[in-house]
Design a protein around this ligand. Structure first.
Ligand code: ARG
Ligand code: ZN
Length: 846
């Protein structure tokens, strides 16, 4: 059941060509698969041919045109095995029957709002037909789709449309051919009633590419931003990496029911609606930014993932870490680099650090897994991107580009490993980094201790790094001088000469390695950096370090029932940031935002959600009280009557205004409630309307209830906005919120089969520490019951939800017992999926 990286073996057989035929129907779908099979390089002659298969009804199997007899093959619940296939090249033909209309797992072929679509990564292709369903089996595919013409006027698959026409009984067909070899996980099929927005892009070598975004006709006006994003991504990849699109057609299809964000199927990307559909009235700046990033991400996979793919699923970070890095850089170049970096580092700290410190901790290249879907994690994706970023820090932009060029030169059309990427980077730069590979095999966030000392007599300054494992640090010793220090040993000292006075070092600039930095910088050094660091990222970081220290000491005071007092220097520091008109507005918004509750709980021996919540609220209110005039002024001066625009300046203005409004609302005073109501009523875009709603709903009462009802009435017919409405209520920290969330489960707009709504309502609820970790165990009980219900519908989604339990040992004994009881109840449930089993059992075992 558990699969290990060290057990990798090449496939026994190669598939040279795959011809698929789908007869799509309402009761059943027939899939005919013709494969040209040849012996694998190492495959011993007449090894059995083992094919994966799951939930399939086998109708027939033929080898070289002859139906196999019962004793010539075996079928179990996971495999079809042909015991003695012919030597040499042969034709295999398999016919299976499947039931997409009943498939609620949303993997393989399924129906979403009446349309057929597929999701094959990681191992969903085996739910369509028997196959060697592994990424190192690469073949050229054709796909013929037959379906009712009225119900399914649009028939799409990968590659080029070769032929289409009408058939008897109101049916029609389309034949697609993909000229590029690909693994089965990149196969896709879509059939349904869809309209498209069409545009085109001329590549640098003059290829005219037709771009189409498919969605139900009424949503077409909301696809403009996604189309803009796609064209920007195509342009950017040519400019920055010299990578050009390789077919004449690129399709994006929008589906409401989708487990993950989106999927990079060759020339037929499939997205969940939230990551394509946007209008100023219905989507926030955050949504617009996410669309840009994810449309870019999936497009960039065409080279990093599709043209060069993974040998096996352990190598997932090879394509995901690299592609996340590429989409981060893309968004940086189109927006504001510092602000993007702050957002990405925050995401790493809030989601990845806890994973790396808990029972699901794994290296960016895991050593083993039970269910691969459980390893599409923030570690593989976001920490993986940080590891890629370190190559760029070490080799510089041009060295990194050389490494990328060599990687494609060597591996185009291949399924490769993380070592291959590493070798291309090193070879292109004539470098050797033997220790660096440890980043791929070692779990956990390293801590780097830094101690500094200044010797005035010799005018030398020393930085001593210790305790970590193999980090690369960027550091500087004068405001004008930045250098990269590679930290390779257990302990390393760097001496800087001719330093006339004691400097304040700005360490790990731009967050150059995914570590926890434990420096000996004093409070006054940190205030100095907050006010003066020329690296804006580190300026923000100094404020965060100060805030974390402050919050931790207040948490201790709270636990000892001392009166809480806010350090006036902190208030002054934030005030001067707020008043500094030379700073970017979104930077200001981020710099005055406190670290999350989770970050603080992570730093405690025993996480105390009540204390952290109380302290964070205390600081928020205290800041709002003391900075009230500045906050009011910021709200007033950042209003605008301009039409919505997706550009950094407008977004920064809205971000600052909304952050200030949220502070003010925490005061729960009549004048600020009036202000928030005014903002709510006059808002002309979702960014501002939603921020005002959030402000109004901070405090329980009639104002909150009325605003939530008004918002629902206005948007009840927009499924994506309703999801936001669910999320806002679910994540709320108001006391006893579990009761409200429980009620929302039976709201007519909620649907357990739609992952978006589950993530909003149930995932959202787990995002409120005070309510999820309620002392009485009500939050745990709620989640435990929901997980079992969900698991019957969609194991992948259930598995994501059960992860909220994984850090149960971080809490007090009482909470531990309550959470553990739920986990035990889950693992002992009948018919539990492997997905949920893996997470729940690992959480209990650790
Ligand atoms: N490769 C997709 C991406 O762009 C993720 C799809 C994974 N889906 C899954 N069910 N495991 O990141
Ligand atoms: Zn990806």
């Amino acid at each position: 059941k558990e699969i290990f990286l060290k057990d990798y073996r090449k496939p026994d057989y190669l598939f040279d060509k795959v011809d698929l035929q789908f007869q799509l129907g309402e009761e059943k779908t027939i899939v005919t698969t013709k494969i040209v099979v040849s012996p694998g390089v190492e495959g011993s002659i007449s090894a059995p041919l083992v094919l994966h298969g799951c939930d399939l009804k086998l109708l027939s199997i033929k080898v070289n045109g002859t139906e196999l007899k019962g004793e010539e093959y075996t079928v179990d619940s996971r495999h079809l095995t042909v015991s003695t296939p012919p030597a040499g090249v042969f034709n295999l033909e398999i016919v299976t029957e499947i039931y997409p209309q009943l498939n609620t797992s949303l993997e393989g072929l399924y129906k979403s709002t009446g349309n057929f679509c597929t999701q094959c990564e990681a191992e969903g292709f085996r739910k369509i037909t028997y196959f060697q369903d592994r990424p190192d089996v690469m073949a050229k595919y054709t796909c013929r789709i037959e379906a009712d013409k009225t119900l399914y006027p649009v028939l799409l698959s990968n590659g080029n449309l070769i032929e289409q026409g009408d058939l008897e009984d109101g049916k029609h067909f389309a034949l697609w051919e993909d000229p590029f070899k690909k693994p089965s996980y990149l196969f896709a099929l879509v059939a349904g009633q869809l309209g498209c927005r069409e545009d085109s892009f001329v590549t640098c070598s003059g290829r005219n590419v037709t771009l189409r975004i498919w969605t139900p006709a009424q949503d077409l006006p909301k696809t403009a931003h996604a189309m803009y994003s796609l064209k920007a991504a195509m342009q950017w990849d040519e400019e920055v990496f010299g990578l050009e699109y390789d077919l004449d057609l690129f399709n994006i299809v929008v589906v409401p029911d989708f487990n993950m964000g989106a999927m990079e199927n060759k020339s037929l990307n499939i997205f969940q609606s939230r990551l394509v559909l946007a209008s100023p009235e219905t989507a926030t700046d955050g949504d617009y930014a996410a669309i840009l990033g994810v449309v870019g991400h999936e497009y960039f996979h065409n080279w990093t993932g599709n043209r060069v793919t993974c040998r096996d699923w352990f190598q997932l970070t090879l394509k995901e870490g690299l592609t996340v890095f590429r989409d981060q850089e893309f968004s940086s170049d189109l927006g504001c680099r510092t602000v993007k970096r702050i957002a990405d580092v925050s995401k790493l700290r809030i989601y990845q650090f806890p994973q790396d410190a808990g029972p699901m901790a794994h290296p960016i290249r895991p050593h083993s897994y039970i269910k691969m879907d459980n390893f599409y994690t923030v570690t593989v994706y976001e920490k993986g991107a940080e590891v890629v970023r370190m190559y760029k820090t070490m080799f510089g932009a041009s060295g990194f580009r050389k490494g990328m060029d060599l990687y494609f030169q060597r591996h185009d059309g291949q399924a490769v490993t993380c070592e291959d990427f590493y070798a291309a980077m090193c070879d292109a730069n004539n470098a050797q980094l033997p220790h660096f590979l440890q980043w791929y095999s070692q779990a956990g966030t390293p801590t780097v201790k830094v101690s500094s000392s200044y010797d005035p007599s010799s005018q030398t300054f020393s930085l001593k790094f210790s305790d970590g494992t193999l980090q690369t640090l960027a550091s500087d010793d004068k405001p004008v001088f930045t250098t990269v220090l590679q930290f390779k040993k257990k302990e390393e000292e760097f001496i800087f000469e001719n330093i006339p006075e004691k400097p304040v070092p700005s360490l790990l600039r731009g967050y150059s390695a995914p570590v926890r930095l434990d420096s000996d910088l004093s409070e006054s050094d940190l205030f100095f950096l907050l006010a003066n660091d020329s690296d804006e990222f580190n300026r923000w970081e100094a404020g965060q370090v100060l805030a974390r220290k402050l919050m931790l000491s207040l948490v201790a005071d709270f636990q000892q029932q001392k009166t809480l007092v806010l350090n006036p220097k902190f208030v002054d520091g934030l005030r001067s940031i707020l008043r500094n008109t030379s700073l970017d507005k979104e930077f200001i918004a981020k710099a005055i935002t406190l670290p999350g509750q989770g970050e603080i709980m992570d730093m405690m021996a025993v996480a105390d959600p009540d204390a952290v919540h109380a302290v964070r609220n205390f600081i928020k209110k205290e800041l709002a009280l003391q900075l009230k005039d500045d906050l009011l002024a910021a709200v007033a001066s950042n209003r605008s009557s301009e039409a919505y625009m997706f550009n950094h300046n407008s977004m920064a203005r809205r971000a600052l205004k909304n952050t200030c409004l949220a502070y003010l609302a925490s005061l729960n005073e009549p004048d600020v409630t009036e202000l928030a109501l005014h903002e709510y009523k006059t808002a002309t875009n979702m960014t501002e309307q939603f921020a005002a709603l959030l402000a109004l709903s901070q405090n329980p009462g009639k104002v909150r209830d009325d605003a939530l009802l008004d918002f629902y009435n206005q948007w009840q017919n927009d499924y994506l906005v309703v999801s936001k409405w669910f999320a806002l209520q679910a994540t709320s920290d108001i006391p006893g919120n579990v009761v409200n969330v429980q009620k929302l489960l039976s709201h007519p707009a909620f649907d357990m089969r739609n992952p978006n709504k589950v993530y909003s309502l149930i995932g959202g609820f787990c995002g409120s520490p005070v309510n999820f970790h309620a002392k009485d165990g009500s939050g745990y009980k709620f989640l435990g019951e929901v997980v079992l219900q969900l698991d019957k519908i969609n194991p992948q989604v259930a598995s994501r939800m059960v992860s909220a339990f994984s850090r149960w040992r971080r809490y007090d004994e009482n909470r531990q017992a309550l959470a553990k009881a739920q986990l035990e109840m889950i693992v002992s449930a009948n018919g539990l999926s492997e997905n949920v089993y893996e997470i729940a059992s690992k959480s209990l075992a650790d």
